[in-house]
Design a protein around this ligand. Structure first.
Ligand code: FAD
Length: 948
């Protein structure tokens, strides 16, 4: 329905667009989501399992409202302006539309770059520009103003802007006067260094190189998971506010508002002003009593105007007969296809719109990516640590407003001004800080503190098991609790085990809930490290060639700083016949085959198990030689990589057996791998390579152009042919590793997590292992620590030729089925495959960086670009997709053959280390177990002795 506001008229031209075959009237200047809401349409799409979804956050953060617009998938209905004749659908098209070429990329420099155009960002930009600095401000929305000061949509005009609209107008005008260059439609997708900020600006890749950076990225609403909160019609309070306030529409008329805090009361008043009487406001905090009098006095002293506003809101609601039910929790939401009933305090409310707000979460992704220090705030989520100017411990980076820590509009403005002035002063502009800043800042802080004392709510009730926690991947509280009962005790581990947080919202609407389930006590580093892209971004503008064959080796792979807050298993025994060190694919497989063969096995990992390369990998089940395995220097017998060729088919068969044992196919698809040739030289190389592979018993076929086209029509026409290896394929490493974890537990392997091996010594026939959690003794040891194997080797005086390389993987949004093969390109770095979900995994050994200040490995901008570029050379349809996430892992690097068997001169000390370890994990585990249990000989080409 459309809403009316005094002195406000609609000025947008009436237009029509098509939504799933229905012609919908709209006003030019409004969003698709607003037009659908005006037409009373709340169900926008269905998930893979058929659940209906609609608008939720209304600010582009949750990705629940993604639609296909004119053939372009993954577009957010809440953000995209509607156009006459537009074709919009909630369904995935059967084919992807070829996109226009992306505009050329460019690089821009400025004194101060402000990311985020809300009150904090605009205030910072104005202060810095007024002082004389050159300032650029980027905002994803079509107009700056952020959440609080967003303007009325261009579809409407008002002759009587309220205070909030007027404040936004003033700030925008002041920014223009001060000479701030404002770029809207500009999404920062990666902060790779304080002076390397990567954005997509209206379709073009732009790299910003500022001298000072001000992050003012705002907050999004905290999740309010109750049963039924994914039903269409259930939105965040900010989402309903964006529709009602800025677009003057509402998807229904019976609105219930629930949660905690003053924004809910404000929305109720705004609805009243627009002709809609809310059904009720449910407030989790108890009704303020005389006991809160001191808080009221403090609020009134700190901000009399805001305090007056608060009481005026309560009065308005009382006069209009809107019930405000204090100390009332929303229990559940019900409905057939959309929300119809809300249940609270034993009452049922008939509703068609529900607005939920229970506080906010700061958008700290860019700050965390840069290594800004954080603490855990009151709502169990990270907040940036800054000084009073908003300066972080990185001297050139400021973080202000709700994006640093939630503090409301007034605080944002004061913070922003202080940061802008300080950033400019750093560079010699202006007179520095304004007098009075501190007093105002203190007042705003005092007001916030008193306000939240008034609204202090009891903790939310325990989550019902069936409640969906992760909206993107539909993961329930019960699924998370089951994994926690298995011993997983950190956000990253639960993410890998359940996929919670892996969807397009990147954990924004579930991480806080999972932290709550884990019971608090988390540190900022317990949250998965934010990696570029901070939000899904179109891949096409990022596709640029980059040098491929320069992978720096980490001579001594550093430990991840993110040592998990893991609960070690009870120390039931401090000895075992066999101790396996390392719980990756190699260690878990070895433990599994050993325990299955009857051995007494204890597995130690300093982290959660299955957290390193074995779940970070791209899941390729490699059989054929890779580009770096076969070149002019390769010896006549093919060298170490060729000697390893027979292991892959055996290992893939073992993966299938492992899957059968747990009743899951582990996402394995072996319909063959295609290594493509771009030119005649590549084709000639493929022929030589395939000959070598055949000598080692690997079936393959060199295909010409037409055969390739017939087999894989979506691949580029430019490819001259391919080496087709039928045994190749891919699997889902997350499912594979969870299967191994299940099996080791089933076969009685004792797991000790969070136990770091620090020293090893021999005592007679026994190995004594010193760990971070005490002593362990073992008859025999298996070193399965992947890239860290050389460290363990040194503990027993062994020099192992194992190093590590940081490697990256990229995943795209889901697309219609395009390929079923594992795809590579001759003489290039690429592995590409389409997962069952429809998303493409793009990898192939592009290296990532290691940041010694954060202790984290992370993707590099140029290499994301280069990897995407070569992927699109193979599969041009990737140009139509968005990149969803990227990540890195540290891959063990040897000489392309595994390192197995008992170490010479060290009876009872075995190594099990391999590259291509997702493919080869099961076979190296089986070979190690066979050698240990029945003395089977290890092929000399896999033994340490080969290094002489
Ligand atoms: C980005 C990326 C993509 C890849 N893609 C593929 C692919 O598509 N296909 C493929 O076959 N392979 C792929 N690989 C390679 C493959 O993932 C690795 O070869 C394999 O996972 C190595 O397994 P691992 O068990 O040896 O090591 P890891 O998985 O690294 O496990 C080592 C374990 O040892 C523990 N540890 C280390 N030191 C200590 C200590 N002192 N005390 C206790 N515990 C310790 C660590 O915490 C860790 O859990 C990829 C690798 C990366 C990084």
């Amino acid at each position: 329905m459309r809403l009316s506001l005094p002195a406000t008229t609609s000025v947008g031209r009436p237009i029509r667009f098509d939504f799933d075959g229905q012609s919908i009237p709209a006003l030019e200047g409004e969003t698709i989501g607003a037009a659908l809401s005006a037409a009373g349409i709340v169900t926008i799409r269905h998930t893979g399992s058929g659940a209906p979804r609609g608008l939720h956050c209304g600010m582009g953060a949750c990705f629940d409202c993604v639609v296909t617009v004119d053939g372009r998938i993954g577009q957010r209905a809440c953000m995209i302006p509607v156009r006459d004749g537009m074709q919009v659908s909630g369904a995935m098209p059967s084919e992807l539309t070829v996109q226009d070429p992306a505009p050329a990329s460019e690089e821009r420099s400025c004194d101060v770059l402000v990311v985020g155009g809300g009150i904090a960002g605009l205030s910072a930009a104005i202060a810095a520009a007024t002082a004389g600095a050159s300032v650029m401000l980027l905002d994803e929305r079509s107009l700056p103003g952020g959440q609080y000061a967003k303007p009325l949509a261009p579809s409407h005009q008002t002759a009587a802007p309220d205070r909030q609209f007027a404040r936004g107008d003033r700030l925008r005008a002041a920014a223009a006067t001060a000479g701030v260059t404002i770029e809207t439609g500009a999404l920062v997708w990666g902060a790779f260094a304080p002076d390397e900020i990567a954005a997509i600006v209206r379709g073009a890749a732009v790299l910003y190189r500022p001298r000072r950076l001000v992050l003012a990225t705002g907050a999004h609403e905290a999740p309010v998971p109750v049963p039924g909160w994914t039903l269409p019609g259930v939105m965040t309070t900010g989402g309903v506010q964006a529709l009602a306030r800025a677009q003057l529409v509402l998807p229904g008329s019976r609105v219930l508002i629930a949660g905690n805090g003053p924004l809910n009361l404000q929305l109720a008043c705004e609805l009243l002003a627009r002709g809609v009487t809310p059904v009720a406001v449910l407030e989790a905090a108890p009704r303020p009593t005389l006991r809160q009098l001191s808080a009221v006095v403090r609020m009134a002293r700190a901000a009399p105007d805001l305090t007056r506003d608060g009481f005026a809101m309560l009065r308005t609601l009382r006069r209009a007969g809107v019930p405000v039910l204090w100390h009332t929790e929303l229990q559940r939401l019900e409905g057939d296809g959309q929300v119809q009933v809300a249940v609270a305090a034993g009452r049922q409310f008939e509703v068609d719109v529900v607005a939920l707000n229970r506080g906010f979460q700061s958008e700290v992704g860019l700050a965390r990516a840069l290594g800004v220090r954080h603490r855990i705030g009151a709502r169990l989520v990270p907040e940036s640590i800054t000084d009073e100017d908003g300066r972080t411990a990185i001297p050139t980076v400021f973080s202000v407003g709700d994006g640093a820590a939630f503090g409301g509009a007034r605080m944002a403005e004061i913070n922003g001004q202080a940061a802008g002035a300080a950033a400019a002063a750093d560079l010699g502009f202006g007179a520095g800080k304004r007098a009075g800043d501190r007093t105002e800042q203190d007042r705003a802080k005092r007001f916030q503190a008193a306000l939240w004392r008034m609204f202090a709510a009891p903790p939310p009730p325990p989550l019902d098991g069936a409640t969906i926690v992760c909206r993107c991947e539909s993961v329930t509280a019960e699924q998370l609790r089951t994994r926690m009962a298995d011993g997983l005790a950190s956000l990253p581990a639960l993410k890998r085990a359940t996929r919670a947080g892996m969807g397009p919202c990147q954990g924004r609407f579930c991480a806080a809930t999972i932290a709550r389930l884990l019971g608090g006590g988390l540190q900022p580093d317990d949250f998965a490290a934010p990696q570029a892209p901070l939000r899904p971004v179109p891949a096409a503008p990022l596709m640029h060639p980059a040098p491929e064959f320069v992978a720096p080796l980490l001579e001594d792979a550093p430990p991840p700083v993110r040592i998990q807050r893991v609960a070690p298993m009870p120390e039931d025994r401090d000895a075992a016949d066999i101790v396996v060190i390392g719980g990756g694919a190699a260690g878990l497989s070895t433990a599994y085959f050993l325990a299955k063969g009857g051995a007494d096995v204890l597995l130690l990992d300093r982290d959660e198990v299955a957290m390193a390369a074995s779940t970070a990998n791209a899941g390729s089940l490699h059989v054929q030689l890779l580009s770096y395995d076969f070149n002019d220097d390769t010896p006549a017998d093919g060298g170490p990589a060729a000697h390893t060729l027979p292991l892959a088919p055996r290992s893939i068969a073992l993966w299938k057996q492992i899957g059968a044992e747990v009743g899951d196919d582990l996402g394995i698809r072996t319909e063959g791998g295609l290594m493509l040739a771009e030119d005649e030289a590549g084709l000639a190389w493929l022929r030589r390579k395939s000959e070598m592979e055949r000598r080692w018993g690997i079936e393959n076929h060199v295909l010409g152009r037409n055969e390739l086209r017939a087999l894989a029509p979506a691949l580029s026409d430019h490819m001259l042919g391919a080496d087709f290896v039928p045994a190749e394929g891919y699997g889902d490493p997350l499912r594979g590793m969870m299967a191994l974890l299940t099996l080791v537990q089933r076969h009685g392997v004792r797991l000790r997590r969070g136990v770091e091996v620090q020293a090893i010594e021999r005592s007679g026939a026994t190995w004594r292992i010193t760990t971070s959690k005490g002593q362990v003794s073992a008859g025999r040891i298996v070193n399965a620590t992947g890239p860290w194997a050389a460290r363990i080797g040194r503990m027993v005086g062994l020099a192992l030729p194992v190093t590590g390389t940081v490697q990256q993987v990229i995943v795209t949004e889901p697309a219609p089925p395009l390929t079923r093969h594992l795809v590579a390109v001759a003489n290039r770095h690429l592995s590409l495959k389409q997962q069952a979900s429809g998303g493409f995994l793009v990898g192939g050994g592009w290296f990532g960086g290691f940041d010694p200040t954060t202790g984290r490995s992370r993707p590099l901008r140029e290499n994301i670009q280069g990897n995407l570029w070569i992927a699109a050379q193979a599969l041009p349809a990737l140009k139509s997709l968005s990149m969803l996430r990227s990540w890195t892992g540290i891959n063990p690097a040897i000489d392309r053959a595994p390192l197995l068997g008992e170490a010479p001169g060290l009876p009872g000390f075995f190594n099990t280390v391999t590259a291509n370890g997702y493919t080869l994990g099961p076979v190296v585990g089986a070979l190690t177990a066979a050698a240990m249990l029945s003395g089977e000989t290890i092929d000399p080409h896999y033994r340490l002795e080969r290094f002489g």
